[in-house]
Structure formats: C-alpha cells, structure tokens
Design a protein around this ligand. Structure first.
Ligand code: CA
Length: 235
C-alpha cells in the first residue's frame, strides 16, 4: 500500500515538529504548512489523505478554512484544538471536521486518531466527481446540478456548505420521503460515525434559513415530529 500523505497546518514549530516526528515514525508522509496560504498552495498541487488543522493561525482561523475546504474537497480533517470552546464548535455546526484532539495531546493519541480516520475513509468508496455522471435534479423551484455542486431555488443560487448541499440532494432525490437523522447522516456525511445526531438538526436549521431568505413564505423541508424530515412533495 502506498504511503498516506498528511498535511499539518500549525504555526507553532514545537508542536508541528512533534507531530512530524510521530507520523514519520509510523511511516506516514507528512508535510508542514505554517499558514493557511501555504496549506492552500500545497493542497492545490498534492494529493493529501488527511489534514491536521490548528484553529488559530497567523492568516486566519481553522474553522473558516475547513468550511471553505469542504466546498472543494472531502479530505478528512482532524482539528488540533486548544480550548473547550473550540471543541464545541468542532462538534457543532457547519464546519465539516472529522475529529479533534485537544492540546496538549500525546503523539500516541494523535497517531491513533489519524489511523482511525484513515481506516474509515478507506472503507468508504471515494466520491470522485470525475466519475460521477453529471445529473441535475429538478423539483418545483429547485434545480440542483450535482456535478457542479450548484443549486438554485426560485432562480437564485444557494450558497451551501458541503453538508447542506448533500442534505438537499438527498431530499430532492426522494420528495415526500421522511428520513430520520441516522439515514440523513449516513447519506450526507462522509464519516457519519464521528458526527453527533444533533449535527443533522443544526444543518437542517441552517439550510432552512437559507431557503427562507429567498422565499420566506415557503416551507420546503417539513418536520415530522419524532421521526425526521422530508422535502415537500407538491409545489
Ligand atoms: Ca496556533
């Protein structure tokens, strides 16, 4: 099996050195970026299997970076967090991280997490957009173009996070069908086992807010109490 490539985005050299050492000992190919800009430049050019992402970086924060990343790539992200308030955000909304470790962490703990994430991402069939058939889904005011990851609603384009887009796609493929949280997690998340159930609710809430912004009077995603959610069938 070829070596796994891991990108470390961390501005503290001492922490980065420790991680590099631990990963090299485990025969991973690791790279270090001190800034988000360096990281982008690297990711554009190199195939990367996992990203270790610090939260506070000189040219921005890891959360925004991860959100931006998720619009282009599904590379798993392990957050290196410093405070419990950061942990709350990682497990909370929109960010799309796969796991986290809290500083200070032991190299052994980190390596264990890295291996677990890589194992999971290997078990998943890789979603490769180039092998997908270009499809567009239409329902009422929605037009979703899967290959371009674009969706319009009443002719206005929606700016969606990767998970919001995936959720909407699941709904639009089966209008009227009620999905419970577990089903939505398994269909819309790459690593559902590392996500909390309430994450689904949070994403539905933000997705609804974006739809309401365009058409305040329309109820597109219906709640079935105690069961789950469904896309409105009749438009
Ligand atoms: Ca930092």
């Amino acid at each position: 099996m070829s070596k796994k490539h891991i990108l470390i985005i961390e501005d503290e050299p001492a922490i980065a050195d420790n991680i590099l050492l631990a990963l090299t000992q485990e025969a991973f190919e690791s790279y270090w970026a001190k800034t988000l800009q360096e990281a982008w430049d690297f990711l554009k050019k190199h195939q990367t299997h996992l990203i270790l992402l610090d939260v506070g970086l000189p040219d921005g924060d890891g959360f925004s970076f991860c959100q931006k990343l998720r619009q282009h790539l599904e590379t798993p992200v392990l957050f290196l967090t410093a405070r419990s308030s950061e942990v709350d955000r990682v497990v909370g909304l929109e960010i799309g991280g796969d796991d986290y470790v809290t500083k200070p962490f032991s190299p052994r703990e980190l390596v264990a997490r890295v291996k677990a994430i890589l194992r999971r991402s290997q078990e998943k069939p890789q979603k490769n957009s180039s092998t997908n058939h270009p499809t567009s889904l239409k329902l009422g005011p929605f037009i979703l173009e899967e290959s371009k990851r674009l969706c319009t609603y009443f002719d206005k384009s929606l700016s969606l996070s990767a998970h919001e887009f995936n959720l909407l796609k699941v709904f639009l493929k089966a209008p009227g069908r009620v999905f419970d949280r577990e089903q939505l997690l398994s269909k819309a998340w790459t690593h559902p086992e590392s996500v909390l159930d309430r994450t689904v609710d949070a994403h539905i809430k933000s997705l609804r807010a974006k739809l309401k912004e365009i058409a305040p009077q329309e109820e597109a995603i219906l709640t079935h109490r105690g069961v789950g959610y469904a896309m409105r069938e009749n438009w």
